[in-house]
Design a protein around this ligand. Structure first.
Ligand code: FMN
Length: 316
């Protein structure tokens, strides 16, 4: 655990103790230490680096994000510099910030994921975990996502395990009724943590043109406040099925109450995404407010907090 000013609220994830259960969500706090302009990254449990591939990728044409019904639609399309350039251009600032770092990876094939992991193995000592994003389009079987197919997910995780000795999380897709089977395959393949979950496939039309608002004609992923009840339900279901596994809740967190709700339903940590676009100071404010709440309740860890809720796992 990196020491920070003031007290901390310990969260046990990835076989280590994080300062806080509040993490940034992949793709919403940049590739490096960009958020450090707004707060001390050591106050967060971890920073999750936007999904990287072993190759540079330009992503989708604009517009890539759009506000919609208390939420946000995005189709950024996984643009990124590629891992080797990321190591040169972004990792040094993250090192200096002394943030706890999770790197998210994506690919179009098993080999892509394996190569991403092997390129990161060289800097594994700078990382706390690798998040495998299986919720992105897969071109091996056009139009499908790895994360909609348990076998494909299991294969991806096994390819990554061979290349890197680091705690692995898998980010589930909420867009399939098979996500519990996908989760099982991820865990059997060697993942220790489940991120629940990615964005919901969605569309919004421009009333003037009748066309989709985003550059990507097919639409994008819905995130933000409106999806919170969906996240809560999914976390609850995953927790019930897998009582012992580590869960990071992701989707619609908008303040301390939503964090507490997720912890109550069995999340060990939560990640904050869309809120970083609303105001990049909020993630720090929520981490601080949560610590004050824990101090007032005289608890020092998420586990104690959950015990206070009188059920270390699951919902009332
Ligand atoms: C603009 C944008 C970019 C995103 N990029 C990624 C990404 O690269 N990899 C990933 O796994 N998730 C990505 N996500 C999903 C978030 O990490 C998060 O899981 C999702 O937005 C739900 O959380 P939220 O409601 O707090 O935003 C992105 C979300 C947004 C809004």
């Amino acid at each position: 655990m990196t020491p920070v000013m003031g007290s901390s609220l310990a969260a046990c994830v990835f076989g280590t103790t994080l300062n806080s259960p509040i993490l940034t969500a992949a793709g919403t706090s940049g590739f490096g230490a960009e958020l450090s302009a707004f707060g001390d990254l050591r106050e967060l449990g971890a920073v999750t680096v936007k999904s990287l591939a072993h190759f540079e990728h330009h992503g989708n044409p604009g517009p890539r994000v759009w506000p919609v019904h208390g939420a946000m639609l995005n189709a950024v399309g996984l643009s990124g510099p590629g891992i080797e350039r990321w190591k040169r251009e972004y990792l040094p600032a993250l090192r200096s910030s002394r943030a706890t770092v999770i790197v998210s990876i994506w690919g179009r094939s098993n080999d892509d994921y394996a190569r991403a992991a092997s390129e990161l193995a060289a800097v594994a000592e700078d990382l706390t975990a690798l998040e495998i994003n299986v919720s992105c389009p897969n071109t091996e079987r056009a139009g499908e996502m790895f994360g909609h197919d348990p076998e494909m997910t299991g294969r991806v995780v096994r390819s990554v395990v061979k290349e890197i000795d680091l705690a692995l999380s898998v980010k589930l897709s909420p867009n399939t009724d098979r996500y519990l089977d996908v989760a099982q395959a991820a865990l059997s393949g060697g993942a220790r943590t489940l991120v629940v979950a990615n964005t919901y496939l969605a569309q919004a039309l421009n009333p003037r043109t009748g066309r989709g608002v985003l550059g990507s004609a097919i639409g994008g992923g819905l995130s933000g406040r409106s999806i919170f009840p969906l996240t809560l339900r999914m976390v609850q279901e995953v927790r019930e099925r897998f009582p012992e596994v580590e869960i990071i809740g992701s989707g619609g967190v908008n303040g301390v109450q939503s964090v507490l709700d997720l912890l109550r339903c069995g999340a060990d940590a939560v990640s904050i995404g869309t809120l970083n676009f609303v105001d990049p100071r909020l993630v720090f404010a929520i981490a601080r407010e949560l610590r004050s709440y824990a101090d007032r309740s005289n608890v020092g860890s998420v586990a104690e907090l959950q015990a206070r809720f009188q059920h270390a796992r699951g919902c009332d």
